[in-house]
Design a protein around this ligand. Structure first.
Ligand code: SF4
Length: 316
């Protein structure tokens, strides 16, 4: 079966071996973040809709999960903000009741959690990972360039309400951009908000792949440590750089077409190095290079050199 809504499994820095579920096409989002690894938002929206027939997503999940693949998480993420999909509640419910051994994570920008229907849709997830990068409106707008009608006050209030209603874990991501949300005023504002929201974990994240804007730079480990100690709260951790587990050979190359599709699906969603692709698919780097050449016959593959190596991606 060709999977259109599933991708990976990828080796996620925060979630381990994670099967991605993408309910949103490329790329409506409620934000247009300066660090977005998927590129610029094409349409900024806050209205929810069923972008694809839910039945198709459930069929793909049934097919993929029927062989009980080992996964740490099934993760809702991908090309845009997953809670913009009005199908997300139904799909989470389906997984929980049909394949109850799998744990579900939702990567969300948190911008719609003020809506009761969005909070209700996420109640069965095991972990929700929302983002909060500043409590000041001007900084929030500079980083996330939100759709009209979204304000940081509404988002923090939504996170507080969600904490009261939801019994799963909340891992709050603070995306650190040196020079933008790293001064004392910013960090004190964030500390107060974290205390009010009460997440189970706070994860300091920073740029790991090329973002939308070339001038955005990552924080180094010393900067992340400085921020962690200035925030001065327990349960704050820096997201570790990706760890590679390269495999010598491949099982997927036995099905060459499936391997090509898997790599192309990853590159359509985020820029990846050879190591990222090898680690996610289990295919050796040498074979990944062959696959890239094959993909280039039909699909443009762009390259960008960054500190972590050459990133490949298929522009949307
Ligand atoms: S980083 Fe997430 S929230 Fe921001 S624009 Fe990209 S998909 Fe949207």
């Amino acid at each position: 079966m060709h999977y259109f809504h599933l991708f990976g499994p990828v080796h996620s820095r925060r979630l381990g071996c994670s099967l991605g579920v993408d309910l949103v096409p490329f790329k409506p989002c409620s934000y247009d973040c300066i660090y977005c690894e998927c590129g610029h938002t094409i349409s900024e929206v806050t209205e929810r809709c069923e972008f694809f027939p839910t039945r198709d997503v459930l069929e793909e999940l049934s097919d993929y999960l029927s062989s009980s693949p080992p996964l740490d998480f099934i993760t809702f993420s991908g090309s845009g903000e997953p809670t913009l999909s009005s199908a997300i509640g139904k799909v989470i419910h389906f997984i929980k009741y049909t394949f109850p051994t799998y744990r579900i994570a939702v990567l969300t920008n948190g911008s719609l959690l003020w809506r009761p229907d969005v909070r209700k849709d996420l109640l069965l997830a095991d972990i929700v990972l929302p983002t909060l990068s500043s409590v000041f409106d001007s900084t929030f707008r500079k980083i996330h360039r939100p759709a009209p009608g979204i304000s940081i006050g509404k988002i923090v209030a939504g996170l507080e309400l969600f904490r009261k209603e939801y019994s799963g874990e909340i891992w709050l991501e603070i995306f650190i951009i040196p020079g933008i949300n790293t001064d004392i005023r910013e960090l004190e504002g964030l500390r107060e908000a974290i205390e009010r929201i009460g997440p189970d974990r706070v994860q300091l994240n920073t740029l790991d792949r090329p973002g939308s804007e070339d001038w955005v730079i990552p924080a180094d480990s010393g900067e992340l440590e400085r921020i962690r100690s200035l925030l001065g709260l327990t349960g704050i951790e820096a997201v570790e750089p990706v760890q590679y587990k390269l495999s010598a050979g491949s099982t997927m190359t036995e099905d060459w077409r499936a391997a090509i599709t898997a790599v192309r699906e990853l590159l359509m969603r985020r820029p990846c190095t050879l190591e990222d692709l090898s680690s996610s698919t289990g295919i050796s780097r040498r074979e990944i290079l062959k696959i890239l050449r094959e993909i280039q016959v039909t699909t443009p593959v762009e390259e960008k050199r960054e500190e972590r190596g050459i990133f490949y991606f298929c522009p949307g």
